[in-house]
Design a protein around this ligand. Structure first.
Ligand SMILES: NC(=O)CC[C@H](N)C(=O)O
Length: 433
C-alpha cells in the first residue's frame, strides 16, 4: 500500500468562531482550532510527553498492517459542541479494525433491541485476548468487543436488500464520522487472505447456534468494516457522537438513539480494551475501543470524543503511545468517568418570603437531583407555620425531566394536603410533557 496516497489534504484549519460563541451550544460545521488554541497546546504537551516512548510492536499478522511507520502519532479531540482540535499526523488515514466493533454493535442494538442482541452475544469482559477461542456456557461469545462476538454482531445486522448488509454498516459508520468512509481494499484483501482464525471463530459461533446466516458472509462483512479507512479526527467525531447521546455534534444528525449510545458506551467501558479493561478503568476511566492498526477511540460522556493513533502495540494489542496519551489526558484534565462531578449551580434562582407567602424561582434544566433540592425546600414550608402560600415560578426553567416533573407534582399535592395554597407560574409550558 502506498502510504503517501493515504494522506488526505488537511481539512479546513480556520479559526472561525461559531456563530454564537457565547451560547457554547452552537453546532459547528468543520470548526477546527488553530495552533494558538490552549486546547491544542494541551494536546501538544501530551504529544511531547509520549513521543519518546519506544516500546511495542506494529501488528503484522495482517500483512498489510506491517508497513505502518512506527513513528506516526496523531491525536484529535472533538467537543460536545463539535469543535475539533487536531495535533500531529491527524490527517493520516489508517484502518478502523476493532474500533468498528462498538459501532456495528450500536447498529444491531438499534435494529433488534438489547435483549435480542444479547441472546447471541454476552456482555461480560472476557479477560482474554481479542482473538481468543472461547464461548460462554450458553454458547455465546463473551462480549461484542472480541473478534468472535463482533463477527456474531455483524451477522445480526439486518438489511432489507439481501447482500447489502455491509453497505448499511458503511453508511451508518459514515454518519457517525460525518463523512463518507471507504474501504482500504489492500487491507481488506490482506485480511481476507489470512484471517482464517476469524473464520474458525465464526464456525464456533455457528456451532453454538448464535451466528446468523453464513459464516463466510459474516466474516467478509467483518473484514470490510475493519478495513474502513479513517483519520484520528474521524475517530474523535465518532467518539463524540457516542459521548453526546448519539447525535453527531458536527453534522447535527441523530445517528442512533440516546439509549443505544449509552449501551454502547457501557460495553466499551467494560470490554473495550480486551484483557486490559480493568487496568484501563483504573488509570483512564473513559469508555474506549482500540484497534490493531494502532488507533484508540475514547468517548468521555457529555464532554469530548478523542482519537489517538500510533502503530506500535503492547502485548494486549493496544497502542502503547495511545494508552499513555489517554492516561495523561484523563488524569491531567479530570476526564475519568467516576470523577466527582462539579457541584451544579442551584436550581433555585431565588427564595423569598413576603409575610405569609413564600416565592421560589427556579432556573435552568431541572433533573431529578435538582428537583430533589427544590422539593425538599418546598417541604420546609409545610413545617413553617408562618407560610400560608407558596408560589413556584418556572419562567427561567429551560427544561424539566420526567423524573423532576413527577417529584414536583407530588410535592405540590403534599402542600395542598397540608393546607398550603400552592400556585405555579409556567409561561413557557415546561410542565407539559
Ligand atoms: N484487535 C483488532 O483490531 C482485531 C481486528 C482484526 N481485523 C482482526 O480480526 O484480527
Amino acid at each position: 500500500m502506498d502510504h503517501a496516497a493515504n494522506v488526505r489534504p488537511a481539512g479546513p484549519r480556520t479559526a472561525e468562531s461559531p456563530a454564537d460563541p457565547a451560547s457554547g451550544t452552537q453546532r459547528n460545521d468543520d470548526w477546527e482550532a488553530d495552533d494558538s488554541s490552549p486546547v491544542i497546546q494541551v494536546l501538544e504537551k501530551i504529544r511531547a510527553e509520549v513521543a519518546g516512548l519506544s516500546g511495542g510492536r506494529v501488528a503484522d499478522y495482517i500483512p498489510e498492517l506491517a508497513h505502518a511507520d512506527p513513528g506516526l502519532f496523531g491525536v484529535a479531540a472533538v467537543s460536545a459542541h463539535g469543535r475539533s482540535y487536531c495535533v500531529g499526523d491527524a490527517d493520516y488515514a489508517f484502518t478502523l479494525q476493532s474500533i468498528s466493533k462498538p459501532f456495528v454493535y450500536a447498529i444491531a442494538v438499534e435494529q433488534l433491541g438489547l435483549d435480542v442482541v444479547h441472546e447471541h452475544v454476552g456482555a461480560e469482559p472476557s479477560g482474554e485476548p481479542f482473538n481468543a477461542i472461547s464461548l460462554d456456557e450458553r454458547g455465546r461469545p463473551e462480549n461484542p468487543m472480541i473478534n468472535a462476538g463482533a463477527i456474531v454482531t455483524t451477522s445480526l445486522v439486518e438489511n432489507s436488500e439481501p447482500g447489502k448488509r455491509f453497505e448499511r454498516i458503511r453508511s451508518v459508520l459514515s454518519e457517525f464520522a460525518g463523512r463518507e468512509l471507504e474501504v482500504d481494499e489492500d487491507v481488506y484483501r490482506s485480511e481476507t487472505e489470512t484471517g482464517h482464525r476469524n473464520r474458525a471463530l465464526g464456525y464456533l459461533s455457528l456451532a453454538g447456534g448464535v451466528l446468523v446466516g453464513s459464516v463466510e458472509d459474516a466474516v467478509q462483512d467483518y473484514f470490510r468494516q475493519c478495513a474502513l479507512s479513517v483519520t484520528v479526527r474521524d475517530l474523535a467525531v465518532m467518539a463524540a457522537t457516542l459521548a453526546v447521546g448519539g447525535v453527531n455534534p458536527v453534522t447535527g444528525e441523530q445517528v442512533v438513539s440516546q439509549r443505544t449510545a449509552r449501551h454502547t458506551l457501557s460495553i466499551m467501558s467494560s470490554c473495550g480494551m480486551y484483557d486490559r479493561a480493568g487496568e484501563w478503568g483504573l488509570r483512564v476511566g473513559i469508555p474506549a475501543k482500540s484497534g490493531v492498526s494502532g488507533g484508540i477511540l475514547a468517548a468521555a460522556p457529555g464532554a469530548f470524543g478523542v482519537g489517538v493513533f500510533s502503530p506500535p502495540l503492547d502485548d494486549a494489542g493496544n497502542s502503547v503511545r495511545g494508552v499513555a496519551a489517554l492516561e495523561r489526558l484523563s488524569d491531567d484534565y479530570d476526564l475519568h468517568m467516576l470523577q466527582m462531578p462539579a457541584e451544579p449551580p442551584s436550581p433555585m434562582h431565588s427564595v423569598t418570603r413576603d409575610g405569609t407567602r413564600l416565592e421560589v424561582r427556579l432556573r435552568g434544566e431541572i433533573d431529578f437531583l435538582a428537583a430533589e433540592q427544590v422539593v425538599s425546600r418546598l417541604a420546609e414550608a409545610i413545617d413553617d407555620s408562618r407560610v400560608k402560600s407558596v408560589s413556584v415560578a418556572l419562567e427561567r426553567v429551560s427544561g424539566l425531566s420526567d423524573a423532576a416533573r413527577g417529584l414536583l407534582a407530588a410535592e405540590l399535592t403534599e402542600l395542598a394536603d397540608a393546607g398550603v395554597d400552592a400556585t405555579v407560574s409556567d409561561p413557557r409550558g415546561v410542565r407539559e410533557p
